[in-house]
Design a protein around this ligand. Structure first.
Ligand SMILES: O=C(O)C(=O)CO
Length: 437
């Protein structure tokens, strides 16, 4: 491909060697996929034809200005709005830019003195925009959404970096921190969970850690309610029956499930997310909320009028049991046959925290023997759960591929928070959300 000549805006040199990928998940993956970018593209095409005002692009402004100033202006309109143009521009955006030589050298000098950051996955555009516009860092990125960075590559790429932005699939342990070396001062994970981080090793090396709580609470709570209703009202079974000819005459007890009205909902691990779930379930006329945790949490409990109970009582009383605790050595496989054996055989078990809190073989036993009525899991061990896993054979088990926080708004907010945490950490300032090690 011949290099495209770019007319750069005056301040572009600040981000010249910063990769600026246009994440592929904002582009059109299938005709059925409507991403903000697709709909923006459609609107833009329409409004351009009609001479109306062009709506604001969901692409971050600098990428868009880079695109606007590129010789994409020379491309035909059709191509510009098409998938091919998008791919071409994506390549331009990640390529080192070719500009006037004196500017290049000056910018090169400036850039090479900036802290180096490695980003282990394509993150949503807002975080990239913040990093790029800060002019504070130079970064390199594993430019893929659907394939995690191979460990070997990661160990190579982190060598000498000052900061690291990771997602929950990367194990940040002694080996990785050793590979990074003593420059590494800040780790920013785009997740609320931190079970993939070896906190002890990070503390030992005085590496500060940012994470992304709060911004995902609404999305996770929404998904938990959706999963709970899907499981308790047997929606997956029902759509399957409807699609495959199992739908005969209306029947009195066919596909009956369990309702929230007058039920007791138990929360294992009461935090922000547990409260947000309870707030959403209350209008369904839940009779009582109960919870257990390492200790009572009266301030949170008051918000949802929840009663503190023992783990045994939680198991015995809950019609719906939602797991909301973090995965720690103390909570590992805490949901095991001991818990399931105390639950009612009409109870529904829901887990949107981490797969590791559940003993999966025990859960399989409890579900297949009718010890409990159903389970909805957004998280498993391992992830992805192999399609041959026995849990997939059960009609009363609904399994989602870890999507609780997967809304455009939330993932962008997580990405922005991770970027801001990183920048603040590198400046030696308090992060917006920092783990106390
Ligand atoms: O942020 C996390 O910890 C997740 O599990 C993603 O939703």
């Amino acid at each position: 491909m011949s290099p495209l000549r770019l007319n750069l805006p005056a301040d572009t040199h600040r981000s010249m060697y910063i990769h600026t990928p246009l994440p592929s998940y904002w582009s059109n993956r299938s005709p059925l996929c409507t991403s903000p970018l697709n709909s923006w593209q459609k609107q833009r095409t329409q409004t351009h034809r009609e001479g109306a005002r062009v709506p604001k692009s969901p692409i971050s402004a600098p990428i868009f200005s880079l695109l606007q100033h590129s010789s994409a202006q020379d491309l035909s309109l059709e191509m510009w709005y098409g998938r091919v143009a998008l791919r071409r521009l994506q390549r331009i955006a990640v390529a080192p830019l070719s500009v006037g030589s004196s500017l290049t050298r000056a910018a090169q000098r400036e850039m090479s003195s900036l802290p180096r950051v490695y980003i282990t996955r394509q993150i949503p555009p807002e975080g990239l925009r913040i990093l790029r516009e800060s002019g504070q860092v130079q970064f390199d990125i594993w430019d893929s959404d659907d394939v995690p960075v191979p460990r070997k590559e990661l160990l190579k790429k982190v060598k000498g970096v000052d900061g690291l932005v990771c997602v929950l699939t990367e194990k940040i342990d002694a080996e990785l921190l050793d590979a990074a070396g003593p420059n590494l001062k800040v780790l920013s994970t785009m997740s609320v969970g931190f079970d993939h981080l070896s906190l002890e090793e990070l503390k030992k090396r005085r590496i500060r850690v940012g994470y992304t709580p709060d911004v995902l609470t609404d999305a996770v709570a929404e998904l938990t309610v959706a999963l709970l209703l899907t499981t308790s009202r047997r929606l997956v079974e029902a759509t399957h029956e409807a699609k495959t000819g199992g739908w005969g005459t209306w029947r009195t007890l066919w596909l009956c499930g369990y309702e929230l009205a007058n039920s007791t909902v138990g929360i294992l691990g009461l935090g922000r997310i547990g409260v947000a779930i309870a707030e959403r379930l209350k209008p369904f006329k839940v009779k009582k909320f109960i919870y257990t945790d390492v200790a009572p949490r009266p301030e949170l409990a008051r918000m949802i009028d929840a009663e503190y109970v023992s783990m045994d009582e939680l198991a015995r009383q809950s019609d719906f049991l939602a797991v909301c605790c973090a995965l720690t050595p103390e909570t590992k496989e805490i949901c095991n046959k001991d818990l399931f054996s105390k639950m009612k055989n009409t109870s529904i078990f829901i887990n949107t925290s981490r797969g590791g809190v559940v003993h999966q073989e025990d859960l399989y036993e409890a579900l297949s023997s009718g010890q409990i009525a159903g389970a909805g899991l957004d998280v498993t061990v391992p992830e992805p759960l192999p399609t041959s896993h026995p849990l997939f054979t059960l009609k009363n088990c609904v399994i989602l591929p870890h999507i609780a926080s997967a809304s455009y708004t939330t993932r962008n907010a997580m990405s922005a928070l991770a970027a801001n945490n990183l920048l603040l950490g590198l400046k030696g300032e308090p992060m917006i959300k920092e783990l106390k090690l």
